[in-house]
Design a protein around this ligand. Sequence first.
Ligand code: ATP
Length: 328
Amino acid sequence: MTKKVENIAVLTSGGDAPGMNAAIRAVVRACSYYSIKCFGIYKGYEGLINNEIEELNARSVRNIINKGGTFLKSARSKEFRTIEGRQKAYENLIKNNIDALVVIGGDGSFTGALKFSEEFNFPVVGIPGTIDNDINGTDYTIGYDTALNTVVEAIDKIRDTASSHNRLFLIEVMGRDAGDIALNAGIGAGAEEILIPEENMGVERLIESLRKSKKTGKTSSIIVVAEGDKSGKNIFELGEYVEENLTNYEVRVSVLGHIQRGGSPSCYDRVLASKLGVGAVETLLDGKSEVMIGIVHKVVTIVPLNTALDKRSHRHDGLIKVADITSV
Ligand code: ATP
């Protein structure tokens, strides 16, 4: 890529995450700082295909750093998965004189961005914005820290009712492929057991472990279950199984669902989003493309999109052991 970047567009795509607004704000203000134009694309790739594009300036993004969701709105676009859809997207970028694109989203959004860049030789940079923390090459994704705190707060409240009634609660949290939310929120909220997609503890071992806890004097229990856990049962079937195999416990199931995506971003997510947003603009100005801006050991890092899309290596380190030890 040799052409000087002068007009950058930004969009948010896939599931929304707290901190996306802070990332958009940082992109817009970095453009303003470096005296280049910035355009906001509404509704992700769908809006790009439909030419829902508007120029933004530093004042367009005031009072949004503290807001959850994304003011540009996000969407899932079937049409962008087709070459015809991506062709329309390209034509709209050219029509608006845009010469580089910042995509804030998860792995699906990055897959689309990479394909688009390869097909049309169009510069793209990705910013990881997803509550799941399931992107390779970055320690954290924007929204993950806020979601974690939301989950811990919810579990704390459920614990009040669990302990008042000698109940066992199975709490489902987000995480189809990554157990980061379940494991960290589970430890933070003092869960007795944590089921994650990366490990299959088996339902028999789960029952055995709960029996043991009961013998040690526990009268209520919290089990955190990631939605992608490998028990082979959905959370309601798991609840029934536990109730059938464990006496003297009333079992209740709680699915936290979409509350995990919402809310004002934590300070950590706001700062992370600000760093990555500035990093994305500087990277495009440096002439780089098809990369993601991530954070590794607190340092802003440039990672090829291909690497970001690799199956993330197992990163739970000693956490599973910590969970086991602190829940005896
Ligand atoms: P989250 O992690 O929150 O689900 P995501 O970015 O992974 O976010 P997806 O719904 O998987 O969310 O992807 C967002 C959009 O990216 C899709 O709606 C589609 O428009 C585009 N996309 C995904 N995969 C592809 C692909 N293989 N080719 C082209 N575009 C794609």
